[in-house]
Design a protein. Structure first.
Length: 117
């Protein structure tokens, strides 16, 4: 008998205050074309490899933003990723830690992480 729950993350929901601005910001930072539609007026599925990201303006409140990273985005070159984010004007909240990761915030204040894989 197989187990009914898979050991796989399907998607992570991120609370955002403005779905259009969040879609554009995440697409820019991830180097993606803005594709797909905003669904039901409050959801945008970011086209990702692996686990997905869904931006959701319906669940947004200042109490719901991520105060610590719930996941990390991968990079092969942590120094290049760090400089890229700084040049983009992203609010980078830590230096590169242990030559392995750094934290930053999206425009709504959600704490996110980039980690060398």
């Amino acid at each position: 008998m197989t187990h009914p729950i898979q050991n796989q993350i399907g998607t992570v929901f991120i609370p955002v205050s403005n779905i259009e601005k969040a879609r554009d910001w995440y697409s820019d930072v991830l180097g993606l074309k803005t594709v797909g539609e905003i669904q039901f007026g409050h959801l945008y599925v970011v086209p990702m490899e692996g686990a997905g990201i869904v931006l959701d303006s319906k669940i947004y409140s200042e109490d719901h933003i991520y105060k610590t990273p719930a996941f990390h985005l991968n990079t092969k070159d942590i120094k290049e990723a760090f400089q890229f984010m700084k040049k983009k004007g992203v609010n980078v909240t830590t230096e590169i830690e242990h030559d392995h990761y750094f934290n930053f915030q999206d425009p709504d204040g959600n704490m996110l992480m980039i980690c060398k894989c």
